[in-house]
Design a protein around this ligand. Structure first.
Ligand code: FAD
Length: 614
């Protein structure tokens, strides 16, 4: 009892609250200060912004850079590229908005000290591919965080945000957020005029390939716990494309990146018998998706498809042919540096498994699915678009404002706009920050009011897992299985199993159908009921308890969307076995959901895809 009875409630008042200090949160913090010199800008982060988020370990490439200063690409080209990769369905207004501003973001990174490689012949940034430039990026995140720290009025590290607060005078307006300090247990009430959710994507909702003591080894960051989705969902915001999970082809066991290998080192893949297997699957894939198979570049999901089918046909493992490229010592250096700059674990895995890519062609595998809005995927919240180019149907307020007033998003939070990556996420944060400042300045005297009753009720709910454990622990003398509580890890493993078996994870060859999804929803509802009985022995586990609850709600949303879209739009990411083909006639549209927290019901709708680029 002792520790937790000393828990304080800390009140923080702000004009703009940014939840999550990763790439987009740092962008939002930086830009909010630029436009809102006199405003109080607060950034709250569950880890420490110095090394938090998906870029924590660093990166070796910035994957979204137009190169407009050298006429390399135009924003319209990027929209076409992303649209093709997502099989026709992207919010072109949002993508265009990022593409036209992203170069200035990258130039800022360089000014702040990020070493960007240059082509010795041309003096331009060294390209890895058409959109990617190469960086020495081990310290990418600390460099970006420094800019945010200097811009923020206050940064609160180690605060896990659990819920948003709504305005007591206007039900669809945000008024703040609550959370707890994961080190000392203090309760935080943030009262604010606008909120920008920048809390990253969702890993560990599907069962990962690495289990047991290796379960932290996933491709997407294990601490990406779906808060970016659960927070807006609970506040009643509409979500889009949540069915569009991503599956990555990566080096086996370490999930090391393959982009530099394919694009820069010109490596290629083959099956266990040294054959080029992709042509084998061309005709069957064409019968599923039609002309998309002829597009250049071939959409990411379709490239997964050939690999998956070849393995199912018993001709795995699939290997990347590195032996040829690694004969060149320069390529060998680039190959290893690529891991050392962003995924050191892959180098360690290869060392431990006697894999020298000069001598052995390493195995590839496909990851478990992840849900996110910034990579080659576009799940997330439905946002209002830019005033000058968003079609009327996509515009109801300030740029990047969700369907809840005063609630903005950026990066993985925002749906429909894929291929932002690190630079695009930071840029989208900047766009959201600028819009949030305008919203706050336009607000005048009509400021939102938090309800004391609401945050006091939530406070009891937030700490309940500690009480559950303290009481329930007396019922057992040893072990971790109790009749009256489940531990966060138990809940997580149950969630991952449900999603894996019913919603199209690795164990089901990424395949599902309506009966499976319906049963999955039943099981998820039961899991949600049991979440009221999570037991947390300490503050660390209390954080795990809330991460689990965010993951469960986001998973339900994913399952509802997967059920609603009656086609297989992205073979290679997932398959609806009962609707195996792409169906442009009925499903060339966005799927939208809205959760009603009073009734627990999900409302689904279709919204047309408007094209603004030819
Ligand atoms: C393995 C990997 C490789 C990648 N490779 C590249 C690449 O080569 N090039 C490239 O440009 N991009 C790459 N990306 C993509 C890039 O990292 C992401 O697009 C970008 O980080 C997304 O930004 P974000 O702000 O949405 O999320 P993040 O940067 O992940 O930030 C989210 C932040 O929110 C915090 N948070 C989460 N929940 C809460 C909560 N409840 N309360 C408080 N704080 C919370 C997190 O701790 C985190 O700091 C890669 C990503 C991964 C995982």
């Amino acid at each position: 009892m002792g520790l937790f009875t000393r828990r304080k409630t800390v009140f923080v008042d702000a004009d703009i609250l940014i939840i999550g200090g990763g790439m987009s949160g740092c962008g939002a913090t930086y830009e909010s200060r630029y436009w809102g010199r006199d405003l109080k800008i607060v950034c709250v982060e569950k880890a420490n912004i110095e090394r938090s988020g998906a870029v924590a370990q660093g990166l070796y490439a910035i994957n979204c850079y137009m190169g407009m200063q050298w006429n390399e690409n135009k924003p319209e080209d990027h929209v076409r590229y992303a649209r093709n990769d997502l099989m026709g369905l992207v919010r072109e207004d949002l993508g265009y908005d990022i593409a036209r501003h992203v170069d200035s973001t990258v130039h800022k990174f360089e000014e702040w000290g990020l070493p960007i490689m240059r082509d010795p012949q041309t003096g331009r940034y060294q390209r890895e591919g058409k959109w990617q430039i190469m960086i020495h990026g081990e310290s990418y995140k600390p460099i970006v965080a420094e800019a945010a720290r200097k811009a923020a009025s206050e940064v609160y590290n180690r605060i896990m945000v659990t819920h948003l607060l709504m305005d007591k005078t206007r039900p669809n307006r945000v008024a703040g957020a609550i959370g707890f300090n994961v080190r000392n247990g203090n309760f935080y009430v943030f009262r604010t005029k606008a909120v920008i959710v920048a809390a990253g994507g969702a890993s560990h909702i599907f069962k990962p390939r690495s289990v047991g003591e290796g379960m932290g080894r996933t491709w997407y960051a294990p601490w990406s716990s779906a808060s970016a989705y659960a927070l807006p969902i609970l506040a009643g915001a509409k979500m889009t494309q949540m069915e569009n999970r991503i599956v990555l082809t990566r080096f086996k066991d370490g999930y090391g990146p393959v982009g530099a290998y394919f694009l820069h080192l010109k490596t290629y893949t083959q099956n266990a018998y040294g054959q080029d297997y992709e042509p084998t699957w061309f005709e069957s894939l064409k019968s599923l998706v039609g002309d998309y198979v002829n597009r250049h570049p071939v959409p990411t999901c379709l490239r997964n498809h050939a690999l998956l089918e070849e393995v199912k046909a018993g001709r795995g493992p699939i290997r990347m042919v590195t032996k040829e490229a690694f004969k060149d010592p320069h390529n060998e250096t680039v190959g290893w540096e690529n891991f050392l700059g962003m995924t050191i674990g892959q180098a360690v895995v290869w060392a431990s498994q006697n894999i020298d890519p000069k001598e052995v062609n390493p195995e590839l595998t496909t990851s478990e699915p992840y849900v996110m809005g910034s990579h080659a995927t576009c799940s997330g919240a439905w946002a209002s678009g830019p005033e000058d180019c968003a079609p009327a149907e996509y515009q109801w307020g300030y740029n990047r404002m969700l369907t809840v007033e005063g609630l903005f998003g950026a990066g993985d939070t925002i749906g429909g706009s894929a291929h932002k990556f690190s630079s695009g996420s930071f840029t989208e944060g900047r766009i959201a920050g600028k819009a949030a400042v305008k919203y706050v300045k336009d607000m005048g005297q009509q400021q939102p009011q938090v309800s004391e009753a609401e945050y006091e009720d939530l406070k009891k709910i937030v700490y309940k897992p500690l009480d559950n454990y303290e009481v329930g622990r007396n019922e057992i003398v040893a072990g971790t299985v109790s009749p009256s509580y489940i531990l966060p890890l138990h809940g997580l493993q149950r969630l991952e199993k449900i999603m894996d078996e019913y919603v199209g994870g690795i164990g089901a060859h990424y395949t599902t159908n309506e009966p499976l999804l319906m049963r999955g929803l039943d099981l998820l509802r039961m899991l949600r009921e049991d979440c009221a009985h999570i037991g947390a022995p300490d503050l660390h586990q209390l954080q795990r308890a809330w991460e689990l609850q965010h993951r469960v709600l986001a998973s339900e949303c994913v399952t509802q969307h997967t059920l609603f879209r009656k086609e297989t739009r992205w073979p290679g990411y997932y398959y609806r076995a009962d609707h195996p083909k792409l169906d442009d006639k009925d499903w060339h549209c966005f799927t939208l959901s809205r959760y009603d927290r009073e009734s627990g019901a999900w409302q689904m709708e279709k919204v047309p895809v408007h094209h603004i680029v030819d």
